[in-house]
Design a binder for this molecule. Sequence first.
Ligand code: ADP
Ligand code: PLP
Ligand code: ZN
Length: 322
Amino acid sequence: VSQNRRVLSIQSHVVYGYVGQYTVELAATFPLQILGFDVDPLNSVHFSNHGGYPTVTGERLEGAQVAKIVQGLEANGILQEYSHLLTGYIGRASTLEVVSDLVKKLRAANPALKFVLDPVMGDDGRLYVSAEVVPIYRDVLCPLADVITPNGFETSLLTGVNVTSTQTAIDACEKLHEIGVPTVIITSAELQDRNDQGTSDVLHLIASHRPSSARFVIPFQKISGVFTGTGDLFAALILAHLADVPQNTDETAYLKRACERAVACMQGVLKKTVERNEEKARRMGLGESSDKATFLRCHELAIVQARVWLENPKAVCRATDI
Ligand code: ADP
Ligand code: PLP
Ligand code: ZN
């Protein structure tokens, strides 16, 4: 069994900005490297920039093209090197089928392989991949994953449950366990029964683990702004912080710690991002115009600038059992 910390990461590559691989190169390769991982990026798409911009150009790889790359890795005996598989934005049914074959090959080569699956499909009620991938994530890939990190919308696509309260969060987690996922992390939702102040600036992460019956919620401050790439960075951080669990220890405590750390890192990165973009908007003299609104939707995560948070997360958000 490989003792390496080597991640095969299948995500989008954008030339400009911080999502997918670029996030992986600089916030997953970057944090994963800081945290001691080698990272091998396999690009699912090659775009100019992320989908928050008015124009996106570039290509999506066909499943057969991804399969060819896998063939080369296999022929050279490289598959046994991987301790982790991380998948993000893929968006194509044929590629998801290739990934499902790949997981089986990776597990045959290393039975201890961990598969962290971010089922990237959409956000805030908007699908940004074709609808045909939804049942493939649910029926084919989720049952193979060790950890999944859907956002609230993706959770509703996978389970049919709209997560708006503690009870619906529990129902959604149960459905995802039934599909066969041991560790479920719903990265953000608004749990109305936990929002005492009735304000809209609190979000919740909900995590649940089987066979232990651990289930907890972490409230965190909602930072105002439209961000792209947060889920990509979050999944990479979870992978890194879950990798240290020694055999036969309390996995629950590690899961809590990993989620608290990842949320703390995200707070640091997003605060730095807002600060940097407000400053750039001021320098550009955008004032409070509609140009400023467009500018703020297009902004990029300040991953490099928030390096200190990635290296040294301070948990400021605490988990509560539910
Ligand atoms: P995705 O980017 O995949 O839609 P989320 O929006 O849930 O996923 O973001 C992933 C993580 O990033 C969250 O768990 C949270 O820690 C952080 N995050 C994202 N958006 C915000 C926000 N507006 N304020 C604070 N944290 C955020
Ligand atoms: N990759 C690309 C190219 C995207 O356009 C997006 C979202 O628009 C993502 C990845 C996923 O972003 P997030 O991490 O915010 O879910
Ligand atoms: Zn996402």
